[in-house]
Design a protein around this ligand. Structure first.
Ligand SMILES: [Zn+2]
Ligand SMILES: [Zn+2]
Length: 79
């Protein structure tokens, strides 16, 4: 195999203009999208990786909620 004139590697390094496309570094644990070298990704404490914060939240079942009055413990009322 002949190495590239620019990066002197074969196959090309990800930073080389001759590289066909950024390498796939993994897949989102939630939606299975490809995680490519040229995009940031999200990692949790279990080393699971995600394409977006939304996917990480969905994977862990995290939702944003409003408090309701039922959440107030009775002992917290003053009268
Ligand atoms: Zn190259
Ligand atoms: Zn995802």
């Amino acid at each position: 195999m002949q190495s590239c004139d620019i990066c002197l590697s074969s196959p090309c390094k990800a930073s080389c203009p001759n590289a066909p496309e950024p390498p796939v570094m993994g897949h989102c644990k939630m939606c299975n999208d490809e995680l490519r070298y040229d995009y940031n990704y999200f990692r949790d404490t279990n080393d699971d990786i995600f394409c977006s914060r939304e996917c990480a939240d969905a994977f862990h079942g995290i939702t944003e909620e409003e408090w309701s009055s039922d959440d107030i413990e009775e002992g917290d009322y003053y009268d």
